[in-house]
Design a binder for this molecule. Structure first.
Ligand SMILES: [Zn+2]
Length: 338
């Protein structure tokens, strides 16, 4: 038996999946092991290896059956998997600075390792879930979480870019002033830009920009009595239940995404648009309402492009590991390992 593994490394947990030659996923839900990333690369790499053994046991395969491993992590990191010199919020131990985690894991495991950033991995999974392996299609994915990540799959290949920032779509500017009912909103982003996608379509955007704006229009709303950080986390659940303020917050996010998708349609003429992340891990009714609002937020399209599909990424909480595994599958096949 030959299989490949997908390893989704976050700041606190590692999530695993395994895929066989027939592209069957051998682990369905989350399969997590503590990452211990705060203790630095040595401890963390050992944790990843230990957790991989546990995952292999769970799937009923031997560790030696795993011929290649796909790794994904939050960035910033180079396209080849070297962390930025400044480190990152998830990898704060000083030894992570400039650390080549792809090479480090390959040495730890004695197996070939491929690397993607977490948003690109989720995008690859979203693309694969629609088109399967060896597709020649083009898709644009947006992952709405604490921030806003994305991925471009162009003719079947992940666009990584020269420095690893390909598909960093959250920081693309959008004409947000055209979103109805948002006159005077302050749309600042952590990156320093004003009016990029992340500044209007992320959990951070809800906390800093959109919720404060709408609380002024809904005096006495229960969320106004809480601290903004805790209040922001409740918005999706309340929006799902139909709360008017929270629906307004999500309408703004959807219309921002509509404007952004319009830019992508004119840039790539893609086969599909894909949305994932915590923001839309909600009821089917809410997901369809959100997607219909995204469409309402898009300027009129050419007749040929008017019905471009907008998909929701399935199995959202395992999307990173699944996408990483698909990348490893390609690595294994290209290297004649399976
Ligand atoms: Zn930004």
């Amino acid at each position: 038996m030959t299989v490949v593994a997908g390893v989704d490394l976050g700041g606190t947990a590692v999530n695993y999946t395994l895929v066989d030659q027939q592209e069957k996923f051998l682990i369905q839900g989350l399969c997590e092991h503590p990452a211990l990333a705060k203790q630095g690369p040595e401890v963390c790499l050992k944790q990843i290896a230990d957790g991989l053994q546990i995952a292999a046991d769970k799937a009923g395969v031997k560790l030696s059956d795993v011929v290649a491993v796909g790794l994904d992590t939050p960035g910033p990191a180079s396209a080849a998997g070297q962390f930025s010199a400044k480190g990152s919020t998830n990898f704060v131990h000083p030894k992570w600075a400039n650390f080549d985690i792809r090479d480090g894991l390959a040495q730890q495991l004695g197996k070939p390792v491929s690397y993607l950033n977490d948003a690109n991995a989720a995008a690859l999974w979203g693309h694969y879930a629609i088109y399967g392996a060896n597709s020649k299609q083009t898709s644009i994915s947006i992952i709405i979480g604490t921030g806003n990540g994305g991925g471009i799959i162009l003719d079947g290949n992940v666009v990584k870019g020269k420095n690893g920032f390909g598909g960093e779509l959250g920081h693309v500017l959008i004409p947000y002033q055209s979103i109805p009912g948002t006159g005077g909103i302050k749309a600042g982003c952590n990156c320093g830009r004003t009016g990029d996608l992340e500044s209007l379509c992320s959990l951070g955007a809800i906390e800093r920009n959109i919720l404060p704006y709408f609380l002024l229009k809904y005096p006495g709303h229960e969320l106004g009595k809480m601290n903004p950080h805790d209040a922001a986390k409740l918005v999706r659940g309340l929006a799902d239940k139909g709360d008017a303020l929270c629906r307004d917050v999500f309408r703004v996010q959807a219309h921002a995404l509509g404007l952004f998708f319009d830019e992508m349609i004119n840039t790539f003429d893609p086969d599909a648009l894909i949305v994932g992340g915590g923001a839309i891990e909600a009821s089917k009714e809410f997901q369809s309402w959100f997607i219909s609002e995204v469409r309402l937020g898009m300027p009129a399209q050419r007749e040929e492009q008017a019905n471009i599909p907008i998909h929701v990424i399935p199995d959202g909480d395992t999307a990173g590991a699944r996408g990483a595994a698909i990348e490893a599958l390609q690595l294994a096949r290209a290297g004649g390992l399976m």
